[in-house]
Design a protein. Structure first.
Length: 125
């Protein structure tokens, strides 16, 4: 759990450094969790944080249709409970590289992380 918390903290810092405003973290719903909800000039951003240790696969390789469905569910629920649901939104993944001790050493912001999936569409499919 400490590894996950460290990765999420590093991801939030990377997003802030890139000009995003973090609105909320760890929004939980039945069947879904949104790691970070942020905003940038283009709209809302639902962020999935993926930590990887030395030798682990790239974060984008772990993102499939099931994860997309869970994130869509969470995004829709989050939007349905907030004013301004008509705001444009998208998904972003922040990959966090960890050292042997589980400390974050690098972050990568991945735009359009689901573009490789046939059922992916920009916006709300």
């Amino acid at each position: 759990m400490l590894r996950g918390r460290a990765a999420e903290d590093a991801a939030a810092e990377a997003l802030r450094a890139a000009g995003f405003t973090v609105i909320e973290t760890n929004a939980r719903f039945v069947g879904s969790e949104l790691d970070i909800i942020a905003r940038d000039p283009d709209g809302l951003v639902f962020v999935e944080v993926r930590a990887r240790g030395p030798g682990d696969v790239e974060p984008s390789a772990t993102l499939g249709s099931t994860k997309l469905r869970h994130l869509l569910k969470g995004a829709r629920l989050w939007l349905s409970r907030r004013a301004g649901a008509e705001t444009p939104w998208r998904f972003v993944v922040v990959g966090v590289d960890l050292d042997e001790a589980g400390r974050p050493v690098a972050t990568t912001i991945i735009e359009d992380p689901f573009v490789h999936l046939p059922e992916f569409h920009h916006g709300d499919p």
